[in-house]
Design a protein around this ligand. Structure first.
Ligand SMILES: *Cc1c(COP(=O)(O)O)cnc(C)c1O
Length: 354
């Protein structure tokens, strides 16, 4: 597709394609975009029920101070160490612009979140995609080369494989001259956050989201944690783009969610337990299941094409994710749902495999 009015840059883009979002009312089992199967905290429902719409007349706080303070207190850092955005995708986009537009190429794994190459094209950033090992673990030795920045999701997507705090710290020790971004979208499902390391490494930026572990994908709230100078760099980009990326409701909802730590921990523990159960059942059908520290499983079957499994599930009203990309086209990424959804998926797969 093209159009003569488009700029050459826009003509050359290959935008990110998110997993399908069915229309409301379609009864599907939706395990394709790593949303949380449980509703947001009851604190959120209570706050919204009592919400005064008069608040929506005014612009939101452009600095989201109250929300940033709640996040800062939760992670034991200062409010000056927190940046918030309209989903962590926006925080990522601003970070690419703020830190990665350098002479040297940036580095990230070849099997990773596919939005990274999209931002590179949008902002004209050079990159080198470094091959992960055959078992999909990340070989950090390869990152000891000159670079304009490094970005790694921990745990990685779509593999679910995590790095230890010590591994990330070794990477930081060897890389003091460019920004290292750790994208912790899934860290609450069994990984280890490196947020404490921001006090030691002024070039570390950690990005998290309310979309997965805090059940708020529809609200679009993401944040980053880092040295004040990095946060100031992000503010410069944000204030050159949109002064009010987070609306008044999103700020209030996210604050209610982060207050309810009991619910947050309970839901994460339930998803971890369901994930391990689902992994065992899939293995019993002959699937190879990568070790996951996230809320999804990355699986392949030696005797069945991932594409036809995807299509078979879809015809039964079940959505999972398949990426038609080299190295991973034999795999399916399955979001961990509620136990009954996971069981329905397994029953359907059992029939398809026969
Ligand atoms: C889901 C995801 C994001 C984006 O999350 P939003 O906050 O919903 O924009 C970022 N990084 C990775 C690796 C993700 O999987």
């Amino acid at each position: 597709m093209t159009c003569r009015y488009w700029s050459p840059r826009v003509d050359a883009l290959s935008p990110y394609v998110p997993g399908e979002q069915p229309q409301q009312g379609e009864r599907l089992i939706k395990l394709n975009t790593n949303e949380n199967p449980y509703p947001p905290s009851p604190e959120v429902a209570r706050m919204l029920a009592a919400y005064d719409v008069e608040n929506l007349r005014l612009y939101p706080d452009p600095d989201a101070r109250a929300l940033r303070k709640s996040i800062a207190d939760y992670y034991d850092v200062g409010v000056e160490n927190i940046f918030v955005g309209n989903g962590s995708d926006e925080v990522l986009a601003h970070s690419f612009m703020a830190f990665f537009k350098q002479k040297e190429p940036i580095l990230f794994p070849d099997v990773t979140y596919s939005f990274y190459t999209v931002y590179c094209a949008l902002y004209d950033i050079h990159y080198k995609a470094l091959a992960v090992h055959d078992d999909f673990t990340i070989g950090l030795e390869a990152y000891s080369q000159s670079n304009g920045g490094i970005i790694i999701p921990n745990p990685n997507a779509p593999t679910g494989i995590g790095l230890s705090l010590n591994q990330v710290e070794q990477l930081l020790k060897k890389n003091r001259d460019s920004v290292v971004i750790i994208d912790e979208a899934y860290v609450d499902f069994g990984g280890v956050s490196v947020i404490p390391l921001i006090k030691k490494y002024d070039n570390l930026l950690v990005i998290q989201t309310f979309s997965k572990s805090r059940n708020l994908a529809g609200m679009r709230v993401g944040f980053s944690v880092g040295n004040q100078q990095l946060i100031d760099g992000l503010e410069r980009v944000k204030n050159s783009f949109n002064s009010y990326p987070l609306d008044t409701l999103a700020q209030a909802v996210a604050m209610s969610a982060i207050k309810d730590d009991v619910y947050f921990k309970k839901v994460c523990a339930m998803i971890i337990a369901s994930r391990d159960l689902l992994a065992k059942r899939l293995e019993s059908f002959g699937f190879e299941v990568l070790p996951s520290e996230s809320n999804f499983l990355f699986v392949t079957h030696p005797e069945h094409k991932a594409e036809s499994l995807y299509a078979g599930l879809k015809s039964k009203g079940m959505l999972v994710r398949h990426f038609a990309k080299s190295r991973i086209n034999a795999y399916l990424r399955i979001t961990v749902g509620k136990d009954e959804e996971n069981a329905a998926l397994c029953d359907a797969l059992e029939l398809i495999l026969k």
